[in-house]
Design a protein around this ligand. Structure first.
Ligand SMILES: Cc1cc2nc3c(=O)[nH]c(=O)nc-3n(C[C@H](O)[C@H](O)[C@H](O)COP(=O)(O)OP(=O)(O)OC[C@H]3O[C@@H](n4cnc5c(N)ncnc54)[C@H](O)[C@@H]3O)c2cc1C
Ligand SMILES: *[C@@H]1O[C@H](CO)[C@@H](O)[C@H](O)[C@H]1NC(C)=O
Ligand SMILES: *[C@@H]1O[C@H](CO)[C@@H](O)[C@H](O)[C@H]1NC(C)=O
Ligand SMILES: *[C@@H]1O[C@H](CO)[C@@H](O)[C@H](O)[C@H]1NC(C)=O
Length: 499
């Protein structure tokens, strides 16, 4: 072979086709997104951004758009019942709110106390300097050191935005986390937050009294959850937290609108692969999705499928028919958390106060104690006027209680000295963490992508948004064969020199 031809051949093998050239593959005709929560609606948005105007995007949702972002109505006002609080560094969520013209409102701080089942072991003061002295007295420099420890993890995690801005994507969550901080970072997913913080020489007293309560309010578990989700939870205990005026679920409906996706009301029951021959005779994979609608069972054919709901028989009960090799079964359990809203007066003597007028707390977190039937209780404000100056008087506030089980009448009568209305929302809320957890795959088949495996690192609105962008980029780059954008090693160093 003449050297020139050999060179060209080599180039052709080494360089993937450049989009825009003549040989480019045709765009997909139709994409299905299963699930209209923040993950699915963000996926629709990013898929539209990547694939352009011509592709049809359908979001299949069995209930309401928003999923685990939902509000409950109580006495004419709405309150966040699921995902409620965002961190200032949740950049995708921040971008969505801005792009959609949804105002972000600050989450007001509440005086916090920690209850161990017998007494309040720590009580915040409204005087900043007194809090600092109290913390120093109880825990030495641990709180300060904890902030630095969490910040270090957050700094590495933030690299994902730079990778995604440069169009890079990962075919598994192991590779995504490895690209953020190497083995140190994947290691923290394999340890409990207890182990990770002990290794960093935090005292057990500090871990039990300060760290554990934050895990219990955010994830309904103690310090046996993995180090990463633990750090996410600790970051969420910081200041400058925000949420979306009118309810976080408005981001989901806004993203549907912005993505020009069609929402189809239906419960997906199965997916089956089909092959069709193109005009050139090459086989292409397609997927037949069967779903139940109020008017009976129906179905349709799609080129690409993005699953944005937890695959678990108790949640998204989807059967993968006739796949070879078969799509594995994901049976890891989700944690039940019950959110109970009560308009009433908290019984301060339940928390060990002799004098009710000495009680000023707006949030009570708890340590691990099997006797306790609640994880947390705190005052909430309606989604419409959160962040407003005037706080409701403690006497007649709306309290949100998180617990594992539904509260009995007797338990409510213990917690409240009087109350008028109660609303209950039961969730299979987030994974039940028991590290080391293996991530479910992202790629379930040629053109089927699964988002919610990322929840096994941490379940949060921003995590689903990151997973959505990753999947949209992955679907796009794999469709057009841009392998140089997938699973790049040393990306951090590469991008450093690029800028
Ligand atoms: C009580 C609670 C408090 C939380 N607090 C916070 C917080 O403060 N901050 C934070 O960032 N995160 C928080 N989270 C976590 C956050 O809400 C979730 O991580 C996030 O909303 C998950 O979004 P998702 O789109 O991935 O999943 P989901 O919101 O669960 O969306 C999946 C959607 O798929 C639909 N679906 C399921 N099966 C099918 C099917 N077979 N066919 C069709 N549709 C189907 C469901 O109806 C649902 O709408 C909290 C969660 C809970 C429950
Ligand atoms: C973490 O645990 C998983 C699953 O047990 C394992 O495959 C992986 O190698 C572990 N990673 C590290 C860095 O120890
Ligand atoms: C899941 O769906 C299958 C059939 O589609 C059904 O037989 C099974 O009972 C369902 N499982 C649960 C837990 O709902
Ligand atoms: C309040 O809590 C105390 C202590 O647990 C309990 O004895 C009492 O019955 C509760 N209820 C009221 C209405 O005080």
């Amino acid at each position: 072979m003449p050297p020139r031809r050999l060179l060209l051949l080599l180039l052709a093998v080494l360089c993937p086709p450049v989009p825009g050239r003549g040989e480019q593959r045709a765009a997909p005709g139709k994409i299905a997104v299963i699930g209209g929560g923040i993950g699915g609606t963000a996926a629709a948005y990013f898929l539209r951004q990547k694939f352009g105007r011509s592709v049809r995007i359908e979001v299949l949702e069995r209930g309401e758009v928003g999923g685990r972002l939902a509000t409950v109505e109580m006495e004419g006002a709405s309150y966040e019942a699921g995902g409620s609080v965002l961190h200032p560094l949740n950049l995708h969520m921040k971008h969505f709110a801005k792009e959609l013209g949804l105002p972000a409102i600050p989450v007001p701080g509440k005086l916090m106390g920690i209850y161990n089942g017998e007494e309040i072991v720590f009580e915040e003061s409204s005087w900043y300097i007194i809090n600092i002295l109290k913390l120093l007295w109880h825990y030495g420099f641990s709180p300060l050191r904890m902030n630095m420890w969490v910040e270090d993890i957050l700094d590495k995690f933030m690299r994902i935005y730079r990778y995604q801005t440069h169009d890079y994507t990962f075919s598994s969550y192991e590779q995504l986390f490895h690209a953020l901080g190497g083995n140190d970072f994947t290691q923290i997913l394999n340890q409990t937050i207890d182990e990770a913080m002990q290794k960093a020489s935090f005292s057990q007293k500090f871990i039990n009294e300060m760290v554990c309560p934050a895990m219990r309010v955010d994830y309904g578990q103690g310090v046996n959850i993995n180090g990463f989700v633990g750090a996410v939870s600790l970051a969420g205990a910081g200041s400058s937290l925000w949420s979306v005026k009118g309810g976080n679920k408005l981001v989901c409906t806004g993203l549907i609108y912005a993505s020009k996706a069609d929402v189809i009301t239906g419960t997906v029951v199965s997916i089956e692969p089909k092959t069709r021959k193109t005009s050139t005779g090459d086989p292409v994979n397609l997927y037949h999705i069967t779903y139940d609608t109020p008017s009976g069972q129906t179905g349709d054919i799609y080129d690409i499928v993005v699953i944005a709901a937890p695959l678990n028989r108790k949640i998204a009960n989807i059967t993968f028919k006739n796949f070879s090799p078969p799509v594995p079964e994901f049976s890891s359990p989700y944690q039940q958390t019950v959110a109970t809203f009560v308009h009433g007066r908290l019984n301060s003597s339940f928390f060990g106060y002799q004098d009710p007028s000495a009680f000023h707390l707006g949030a009570i977190f708890t340590t691990e104690n099997p006797k306790l039937f609640i994880n947390s209780v705190g005052i909430v404000s309606p989604v419409e006027n959160r962040g407003s100056e005037e706080e409701p008087p403690l006497q007649s506030a709306v309290w949100k209680i998180f617990s594992k089980e539904e509260l009995t009448k007797e338990q409510l009568n213990l917690l409240f000295s009087s109350y008028d209305s109660v609303k209950v929302k039961k969730w299979l809320a987030y994974p039940h963490y028991s590290p080391p957890n293996k991530f479910p795959p992202i790629i379930l088949h040629d053109n089927i992508y699964y988002l919610n495996g990322i929840e096994w690192a941490a379940s949060a609105m921003e995590m689903s948004s990151i997973a959505a962008k990753n999947a949209a980029l992955l679907a796009y780059h794999r469709w057009y064969g841009n392998t140089d954008k997938i699973d790049q090693e040393d990306l951090y160093e590469k991008l450093k020199t690029e800028l």
